[in-house]
Design a protein around this ligand. Structure first.
Ligand code: FUL
Length: 469
């Protein structure tokens, strides 16, 4: 059984409450991106055929020859898995372009696939549109094939490639820059012109969310296990840091900076298999639905976005092992969070101040604490005793991320059943705990930058085995 609380507000909205934002604030596109926090990553290219993770760049183009590639299959599976979009490796470190680029001779056009007339980006962009999925690309600046790599001319080439993919296959919801910076075919490393890369992207695709380990629009979560920090600020200081080796330490990327000057939320990347590319020997190592659910709790459930990699095999299809795991994962999410009851009579929410005096105020689906929030607590009363083990809270981020810490108490009448302290709240905080019977929950905000605001609160009974360990 699942319980969705319809938040009922008691009391009168305190008049004249100012918007009182806590800076920095998210942009409209960042809020929209955080509202669709789960999508797929596709690693596909010569490595799919050579069994490598990092191609050398010297692979013959004819190696790339998927015999049954079907982007509609990828999209159907993504859709059924409940993903909102797909980001594909248009060019990985080996430099092979999955589209017929005019700026490289190491592309699908030089391969035997479809007699050199194939175009993966075109097929995938069309399929994404058909299935109502957002489309994005990963473009590695590190290029182990391009003869110009290691010289200033390569920066122009990379910019031309960005322009090419944006104009031919965009608009993209997300654009990935990998920070890796190894040697090219002439043994030299490239000095990337990040400033120009960034201004170009802003010019040609202002609505696209641009990823690198330090942003500008979202950051790497500091590991490739799909796990965001238990404390997760959407804020990051980037001054004095650079992309790749010059980035802040991984634990900073994982948790953000409490007083960070830029809104740069975390994206958790992880593969459904040990590797990013398909390897037949990893067929038995595909993550289970339960493992994927646990990752979901520790990424999306900690206010980050989750980009889950599902690499197609050499035929150009997502393998049955991977699609079965994705379907199982979707089923677990549906069993846990789907089919919500929303019965106004089921519960009521009160906000109490000092001496348990009811003071609450709420409007337009937002619960507002007052300035004396440390003296206040939110009480959720159920009409009858219910069985619960999961609570989902949403902070109203349009006024900035404010909550530093909070506590949850679960009661059966007056007897305390469970109590735990948490740190940040963020876009979504999913809390799970050993199953309890309860008729009352209390939420206390123990520290915040300013008066806290929630715009979502639901209570669930998820399958016991899924409760976070
Ligand atoms: C890393 C790359 O080196 C891996 O191959 C993979 O693409 C991962 C998502 O990013 O930096």
């Amino acid at each position: 059984m699942k319980y969705a609380l319809v938040i009922l507000f008691f009391g009168i909205l305190i008049s004249g409450r100012s918007q009182n934002p806590v800076y920095p604030l998210p942009s409209v596109k960042q809020l929209a991106w955080q509202a669709a926090p789960f999508y797929l990553f596709i690693h596909f290219g010569p490595n799919t055929f050579t069994d490598l993770e990092w191609g050398k760049g010297s692979e013959k183009e004819e190696l790339f020859n998927p015999t049954a590639m079907d982007c509609r299959q990828w999209c159907r599976i993504a859709k059924e898995a409940g993903a909102s979009g797909i980001v594909i490796t248009a060019k990985h470190h080996d430099g092979f372009c999955l589209w017929p680029s005019a700026y490289s001779t190491h592309t699908v056009a030089q391969s035997k696939w479809k007699n050199g007339h194939g175009d993966v980006l075109k097929e995938l962009s069309i399929a994404c549109r058909e299935y109502g999925l957002s489309f994005g690309v990963y473009l590695s600046p590190w290029d182990r094939n391009h003869p110009a790599y290691g010289t200033p001319a390569y920066n122009d080439i990379f910019i031309n490639m960005m322009k090419e993919v944006v104009s031919q296959y965009g608009p993209f919801f997300e654009f990935w820059w990998d920070g890796a910076n190894g040697e090219g075919p002439n043994g030299k490393k490239q000095v990337y012109d990040w400033h120009r890369f960034e201004t170009t992207m802003r010019e040609i695709a202002p609505k696209t969310m641009v990823f690198s380990d330090i942003g500008p629009d979202m950051r790497w979560a500091g590991n490739e296990n799909g796990i965001a920090g238990f404390t997760n600020w959407n804020l990051l200081d980037t001054a004095g840091f650079s992309r790749g080796l010059g980035a802040p330490p991984n634990d900073t990327l994982n948790q953000g900076n409490i007083n960070g000057r830029n809104w740069i939320p975390a994206e958790c990347d992880v593969s459904i298999r040990p590797g990013w590319f398909y390897h037949v020997k990893e067929d038995s190592l595909v993550k289970s639905p339960e493992k994927l659910f646990d990752i979901y709790l520790k990424s999306v459930g900690r206010g980050a976005n989750l980009i889950l990699n599902v690499p197609p095999n050499p035929r150009g299809l997502i393998s049955p092992y991977d699609s079965a795991a994705l379907m199982g994962f979707a089923k677990l999410r549906k069993e846990s969070f789907g089919d919500l009851l929303s019965n106004n009579d089921q519960s009521v929410v009160y906000l109490y101040g000092k001496n348990n005096k009811e003071i609450s105020a709420g409007k337009n689906g937002v619960i507002y604490w007052g300035n004396n929030f440390k003296d206040e607590f939110l009480e959720i009363l159920f009409n009858k005793k219910i069985t619960i083990n999961c609570i989902l809270l949403n902070e109203a981020l349009q006024w900035g991320q404010r909550v530093k810490s909070f506590e949850i108490e679960i009661y059966d009448k007056d007897s305390l059943q469970f109590k735990k302290a948490y740190t940040t709240l963020g876009h979504q905080r999913i809390i799970s705990f050993p199953t309890r019977n309860s008729n009352r929950i209390i939420i206390r905000i123990t520290d915040a930058k300013s008066d806290p605001r929630l715009n979502g609160l639901s209570v669930y009974h998820i399958p016991e085995m899924l409760v976070e360990k």
